[in-house]
Unconditional design. Structure first.
Lengths: 554, 554
């Protein structure tokens, strides 16, 4: 392979970055023409538009039983009418098994190199993937580009690097010699990395590539054939990834079915049949807690989940309340709160937030937050692009229902007109104020632009509630604002015990929602929000087994 | 701590050994007076005898609710009458929780150092532990010394080293700076290793220390308090370990309840109540598949099991059949086959074993094997000491039952007189010949000195059956004899896919039963014989969670 050397350099640098955990990115996150080419954006948009209403015919999977596709654009509220090939479960499984013997025998270093080649190919399609992501998830353009393109590719590279490193941790072969009183015993020993078997990756509707590529690439680099089953509402972005992976395999003379796309419909979902198939050994899932919980109990499977959570913000004391409010307003407005890391429960003590000698009451904070949200939303150069559109009608129902909950609506959700898409499904954040004893309302994820302000007795109660929510309902992020070192240390200690990462005193251009590849472990795996983490060693180690062979030396 | 530096050297060397995987041992395996002292053996025996019939009062666990103990010596078939303190489940749990905050805050390096100190203390008690092991498990003196003393201590050190290394894989703190078009974002990041919580280690009756210390030390080094619940028939050997660990903790000013012994009775087992307790997060288990399988399904627990398996030997072709027979005879005679690594199913093709131009039929092999077993058993200087005694009466029943199975008894089991213990429960290996279609007989573990010779059509069938047994009923070892490179490679490939280590062409002083610390992964974790492996990175990684903290830099 001509690119083998070059890609080994990319991988070595990535492995080094894993351990440095300082800032690192292989794929530039700004959709800059200087980096990606002057016509890249326009070409990507045209490429996306050319597939709308057509068959997606890039996959190297022969003889489909039919062509299906139900994606709709949240910006146009119209079907995209893109058709994908559909296959029977047994066809998918037998093709995966057929490819397994070939793939498992490719050395890990070569597997890693082939997978990096696929990312390099995908790089030239980031803009197309961005438009595909916008018109399936409702993400704004910038997020769609960054999350589905470079950030996803970096997460994929991270999984490749972690996976390769784990497979290189022990020697392939050694001569073993044990000294005995009168002679020595000699053995030749060999260790093999044996993949677990067919891997199923089940995607979600809001982050179709970012949340799926870590599992796909982690399974592939460790030698497992992969079935990629996206959410029926968000197929195209990951279909482009799969198509490019398949092309790289074919070019290398390998069976493209090592990585297959599985498309299903809302009416006839394929996940259960595949997950319960005895030949499926590995399952990656992003989505709701109910289905994730079911998958986790399947016997004989190794399962990686990212489910729902109740993310908290603890407000104790601040240097500058306006900067804090500005930061939080952006965090809850970004992609209309449809991020697994978006804050939901904001805890404020009844004595208010301390700033210098002053105290900001929960009502004052609520007014400031509402004003800041409106400030973003009503800015025509920001609002529509930060909010994006609402992926699922269910989220709109949830928002409507939230207005009727037993609490004080401080800010109602509303729609605004999108300058480019008149028919976009838009909902701005709502703010609801509750008391600490209204636990039945705030003890679950209210996915979408729903912010709860919860009045507590004191900061100890705020911490205890945030911890309890994380332990019982899961949490992927926690924001905390305090200028008191003792309280900071207590929050760090208590939230750590609930296996929840904490971001302290974020203001300016960094938000609690963001988790950076090569540095932040996304989801800890320690609380009900998920049992896995992008990408820690456990995420790849469980995809293969070390087997030792010993030969007597005569 | 005065020994901190010195122990860090032991640990660094151990970490290096993990990755070399060549021969390495910290604790010398021969009970040599030159190493352990002229009077060590006699002192150890006296120390053991002094506790028989008494209370074991070395534990630093106060206020027991009663004193209990039901151990019996398989050599004397008499109760040992050693009494251990018993505690209510809630007392054990609350004491463990009380100690947790203290233990989790000790840095991993110091935890590792304290644990090595415990091993250094235990080293002076190896002989006492050897006698305690003999008179609970029935092991012969040499095995009792090696397995429960130095080999167990090496496995414990291996777990400490692996655990420390995994906790050191990522930096504790970094400055993270992300360059942006007009400015840069700065964060201070910190990563913490957060232990899972209370760890329960459930021991077995045959290897009370060797099989339990990896879990105990892996949980401790990663910051979890541990409850050690030995088999009610084999308590004393591990009680001595726990007592020494507790003394080290007390000397260091720590709560000795970080590691507690839990003793129960045959009539009122404590395992289920503890395993299902919501505060117990980690479970290590060695024992039968039924209970292990139940533990693996407990929701919300991280479970490590070593269960039963059906180990195979594939006989294809040999250089010297007599050397092979001698080796196998020893493997099945050693500790009367009461090892999880002992061979059970020996597959031989109907055309026989190839040696040069000749072929040795299954009947000829069976005669040779029987003669070799008798040769060991009837040698008064070897037989009684290699065989040891039978730990459980159930094993004797199983042997008796095996004589009535539908097969040809080539060699019957019998008793021989032990020169030192007239009342010892002894059973020599039996050999039963079966056809490949008598699957109902050979498709389960027949724990003890029961050897099955299975006649197959050809070597492909031998391999297929060995693989199928490993996949469906588990396997911890596989021996294979072939001088044909192609067949060797096929066995290696196929048994690897069943996640079973293979030992090729062992003759002389090395046996398929032996798995060496710092080199051989014991149990792969990939087939039904167990879901964990001593000690691979997964064995320790799952005992803690990485949690990241981020502080804005103002």
């Amino acid at each position: 392979m001509s690119y083998f050397e070059q890609h080994q350099t990319i991988i070595s640098r990535a492995i080094e970055a894993l351990h440095q955990r300082t800032f690192y990115a292989q794929y530039p996150e700004f959709p800059s023409p200087k980096i990606y080419g002057e016509t890249a954006d326009a070409d990507g948009r045209a490429k996306f538009q050319s597939v709308v209403g057509k068959q997606f015919n890039e996959l190297l999977q022969d003889q489909p039983s039919s062509w299906i596709g139900q994606e709709e654009s949240p910006y146009m509220q119209e079907p995209l009418n893109i058709q994908y090939p559909q296959f029977e479960t047994e066809v998918l499984i037998s093709r995966a098994l057929e490819s397994f013997d070939q793939w498992r025998k490719i050395p890990p270093e070569e597997r890693a190199s082939l997978l990096v080649e696929s990312l390099e190919k995908i790089k030239s399609r980031f803009f197309e993937i961005a438009y595909a992501t916008m018109h399936t998830t409702g993400q704004g353009y910038m997020m769609a580009f960054q999350a589905s393109g470079p950030h996803a590719a970096d997460r994929a590279l991270e999984a490749i690097a972690t996976g390769l490193e784990e497979q290189q941790r022990f020697p392939r072969k050694v001569n073993w010699e044990k000294p005995m009183p009168k002679y020595s015993i000699k053995l030749k020993k060999e260790w093999r990395v044996i993949p677990k078997g067919i891997s199923l990756v089940i995607g979600c509707s809001t982050f179709p590539t970012w949340n799926s590529v870590p599992g796909i690439y982690a399974s592939l680099v460790t030698g497992n054939p992969v079935l990629v089953k996206p959410h029926p509402g968000a197929i195209l972005p990951i279909a482009i990834f799969v198509a490019e992976i398949q092309k790289v395999f074919r070019e290398a003379g390998l069976n493209p079915n090592i990585c297959q796309l599985v498309v299903d419909t809302f009416e006839k979902p394929a996940a259960v049949g595949l997950a319960e198939h005895p030949e499926v050994k590995l399952i990656d899932f992003t989505g709701n807690s109910e289905f994730g919980g079911y998958l986790e109990t399947l016997p004989g499977k190794t399962v990686f989940t990212e489910k729902t959570g109740v993310n908290s913000v603890i407000l104790d004391s601040v240097d500058d309340i306006d900067k804090v409010v500005q930061n939080l307003a952006f965090s809850v407005t970004l992609y209309s709160g449809q991020m697994c890391t978006a804050p939901q429960n904001i805890y404020i003590t009844e004595s208010g937030i301390i700033m210098g000698g002053e105290s900001i009451s929960i009502s004052q904070f609520s007014e400031k937050l509402s004003a800041a949200i409106n400030g973003i939303v009503d800015n025509p150069k920001a609002g529509p692009f930060v909010l994006g559109a609402i992926q699922s009608k269910d989220t709109c129902d949830r928002i409507e229902h939230a207005h009727r909950l037993a609490g004080k609506v401080c800010l109602a959700s509303r729609s605004i007109e999108h300058p480019m898409f008149k028919n976009a499904r838009v909902a701005t954040p709502m703010v609801l104020q509750l008391d600490a004893d209204q636990k039945e309302i705030y003890s679950k994820e209210l996915f979408g632009p729903i912010v709860l302000l919860i009045k507590t007795n004191d900061v100890e109660q705020s911490i205890a509630l945030a911890k309890e929510q994380a332990e019982t309902n899961g949490a992927i992020s926690c924001g905390a604002y305090t200028v008191n070192q003792e309280i900071r240390d207590n929050i760090a200690d208590q939230m750590s015990l609930a296996y929840t990462p904490v971001s302290f005193n974020f203001t300016g251009g960094i938000y609690v929602n963001q988790h950076a590849g090569f540095s932040d472990f996304h989801v800890t795996g320690g609380n009900p929000a998920g049992n896995a983490s992008f990408t820690n060693p456990e995420f790849v180690i469980k995809r293969f087994t070390w087997v030792g062979l010993r030969d007597a030396v005569s």
